[in-house]
Write a protein that binds this ligand. Structure first.
Ligand code: PMP
Length: 413
């Protein structure tokens, strides 16, 4: 009925083998499948869930909103409340527009940076993923990487001719691309913490270096914070790494588990968007009252304490996984930023897409299934980040580490 039986490709288990599990419900840190088996969830709906599943504040907000109408197609207070919260957390954002997914945000941002600069080329990074949009699928991470596709079929060369892929964490490469395309680069778009080739943190000089290069070559800096926004710090990666972008894309956490994306940034740029300016972007369900209510409830629960607790849980898991890999004598890199973490089965720290691809995917596949049978659900690909929530307890982490030890010992023979 559905291609691959799924509505988004990585869900089909093609990256790990076997057939996907169907889920019936979720609560806190647990997913329950259609047969009633429980799993500790590390996919957290690809990072959209940060307070645990079915958090009472979100359920109540969505229920109350639904009673007042599922969609107006017109302005309402819920949009203003969420916008105010976003602007409060992200001081560099002067204007924000809500859309329905990260993909939609990317679509709008590419159009906007081209309109604003009168240039067509965009520098992106190998292994970064910005949604399933034509110009940015070249050398993309996430499912494109899981399936080993160089890029997607059906995208005209004329479209990707304006996409300039660079190596992540390699400022010299970015500089060379700027030099080779003098006066033609509209923007650099980057995942400030790469989460779509497994988890790859930015080197200390990388994000500030990109800011300087963009300033030097008169290009805009776009941070894709769809994964990191409101997750790696109260104000997202721009706060955690003290970098000032011109535009930011958001999604996942900002919708509390409902379909939301957003983009925002400098007022002069955002005022180029219709109806104030000539850049067209629109959406029937944009600013949907249920999604706005869920997002606002989620952000309201994300206090400073919540980030302290996410960091501590992340550290506990990282420490446990490092010890487990050492005990099993399996070379591994456990990379983490806050509540985003992943395991690469490789000898050296992973800094870019080429490094990420050295991970032992067959071993990951075996580990994945070993954990699945023990009631731990990882994202079904070696090249995806795992996400923690405030609902993950120390006991959950300890159970997970124990299951990981067993599954790894079994998988590594
Ligand atoms: N940007 C990043 C960094 C992402 O991780 C994703 C989704 N994984 C997207 C954009 C696309 O978002 P969506 O799936 O909501 O369209």
């Amino acid at each position: 009925m559905m291609p691959g039986g799924v509505n988004s490709p990585v869900r089909a288990f093609k990256g790990v083998g076997g057939t996907p599990v169907y889920f019936a419900r979720a609560k806190g840190s647990r997913l329950t499948d259609a047969d009633g088996k429980d799993y500790i969830d590390y996919m957290s709906s690809w990072g959209a869930i940060i307070l645990g599943h079915a958090h009472p504040a979100i359920t109540e907000a969505v229920t109350r909103a639904a009673e007042n109408g599922t969609s107006f197609g017109a302005p309402h207070e819920g949009e203003v409340r969420l916008a105010r919260e976003v602007l409060d957390r992200k001081r560099k954002i002067e204007r924000v527009r809500f859309v329905n997914s990260g993909t939609e945000a990317a679509l709008a941002v590419v159009r906007l940076v081209r309109a604003a600069t009168g240039r067509n080329k965009v520098i992106k990074f190998e292994g970064n993923y910005h949604g399933a949009i034509d110009p940015l699928l070249a050398k993309a991470g996430s499912g494109v990487a899981t399936f080993g596709l160089p890029d997607s079929a059906g995208v005209p060369e004329s479209t990707t001719a304006n996409t300039l892929p660079a190596r992540y964490n390699d400022l010299d490469h970015v500089r060379q691309i700027f030099e080779a395309n003098a006066g033609e680069v509209a923007a650099v778009m980057v995942e400030p913490v790469a989460g779509n080739m497994g988890l790859v943190p930015p080197a200390a000089d990388f994000l500030p270096g990109l800011r300087s290069l963009c300033d030097r070559y008169d290009a805009l800096l776009v941070l894709d914070e769809v994964m990191t926004g409101f997750r790696v710090a109260r104000g997202g990666a721009s706060e955690r790494f003290a970098v000032s972008p011109d535009l930011i894309m958001m999604g996942k956490v900002i919708g509390g588990g409902l379909p939301v994306g957003a983009y925002g940034g400098r007022r002069d740029l955002m005022e180029m968007i219709a109806p104030l300016g000539p850049v067209y972007q629109a959406g029937t369900l944009s600013g949907n009252p249920l999604a706005m209510a869920a997002g606002y409830a989620a952000l309201s629960e994300l206090t400073d304490d919540a980030y302290v607790s996410l960091e501590a849980t992340g550290e506990r898991l990282q420490r446990g996984l490092i010890l487990a890999c050492e005990a099993a004598r399996v070379p591994a890199q456990i990379q983490r930023v806050g509540s985003m973490i992943s395991v690469f089965f490789t000898e050296m720290p992973v800094r870019d897409f080429a490094d990420a691809q050295t991970t032992d995917r067959a071993l990951f596949g075996k580990l994945f299934h070993g954990l699945l049978s023990r009631g731990v659900y990882l994202p079904p690909s070696a090249l995806e980040s795992w996400f923690l929530t405030t609902a993950h307890t120390d006991a959950d982490i300890d159970l997970t580490v124990e299951a990981f030890e067993e599954a790894l010992r079994e998988a590594a023979v």
